[in-house]
Design a protein around this ligand. Structure first.
Ligand SMILES: Nc1ncnc2c1ncn2[C@@H]1O[C@H](COP(=O)(O)OP(=O)(O)OP(=O)(O)O)[C@@H](O)[C@H]1O
Ligand SMILES: [Mg+2]
Length: 245
């Protein structure tokens, strides 16, 4: 699968905030997208997810125009927002996962089996009847992830998924992302927490003032980070023994 943006521009209030972005994402792939505050990362994810429409340019999925304005291909590109609590739509964990899943026209059996799979995968089985608003920050983030994944997207976009999480919470989210790549998904993570994830990324993209200014293997792009106002993580990234596989 290929998700491609071509000459994408976006303006808001007469100000151009994204300019001529052309970039291609594939599956399976874990891409880290970083850059200074206000460089347009969140807006770029919203465009890719079809939540807003570009002023110019287009987005395609495997060569076909990806509908702007709303994500009609429904589930093919999923997004986890920075404030994942705003994404909660159910009264219980279970209901929240079912919210999008039960609207896809799948058989009851398929819905049930995806629900169980996602509860197990996200480690939320024992929380299934809990009110999502009483979950911890880490559990809430995993629920947002599970509810999006239940819909079977090929690409998953995450906006600052590590913010507010402690080491163990961040570790859990990261290992879920790595398991998704193993399942063949394309994952794009917007983050400033580079030390947590960079050792596992296939690709590092830097965005600045609405443009993509670097894109490539993390070890190749790393030396340029500080020139662009992004703090460089420690060079020697620790081995992480808790990772699956
Ligand atoms: N609704 C809006 N109205 C006006 N300006 C906006 C709106 N949404 C975003 N912007 C502006 O667009 C620019 C890009 O915003 P965006 O949220 O995409 O940046 P970001 O790279 O995600 O930043 P951060 O790292 O702080 O999350 C910013 O200058 C922001 O002020
Ligand atoms: Mg942002």
């Amino acid at each position: 699968m290929v998700l491609q943006a071509t000459d994408l521009s976006y303006s808001i209030g007469g100000k151009t905030v994204l300019e001529d972005i052309s970039v291609r994402f594939s599956t399976p792939e874990l891409t880290v997208l970083t850059g200074p505050n206000g460089s347009g990362k969140t807006l770029f994810l919203q465009l890719l997810a079809g939540l807003i429409r570009p002023v110019r340019g287009e987005i395609t999925m495997d060569g076909r125009a990806f509908p702007g304005g709303n994500n009609r291909l429904g589930s093919r590109v999923g997004m986890v927002f920075q404030l994942s609590e705003r994404q909660i739509l159910g009264q219980t964990v279970e209901e929240d996962i079912l919210f999008g899943l039960s609207r896809l026209g799948l058989s009851r059996q398929e819905v049930e089996s995806r629900l169980e799979e996602c509860l197990n995968w996200s480690g939320l089985v024992t929380h299934r009847t809990q009110n999502p608003h009483s979950l911890s920050g880490g559990e809430m983030r995993r629920l947002a992830l599970a509810s999006v994944i239940a819909m079977g997207p090929e690409f998953l976009l995450l906006d600052e998924p590590f913010v507010g999480l402690d080491y163990s919470g961040a570790t859990q989210v990261l290992s879920l992302l790595l398991s998704l790549r193993e399942q063949g998904k394309g994952i794009i993570v917007v983050t400033h927490s580079l030390d947590a994830i960079l050792a596992h990324a296939d690709r590092l993209v830097i965005q600045k003032q609405g443009r993509i200014i670097a894109d490539g293997l993390p070890e190749r792009i790393l030396p340029y980070l500080e020139d662009h106002g992004v703090r460089r993580p420690p060079l020697k990234l620790p081995e992480m023994s808790w990772l699956p596989g």
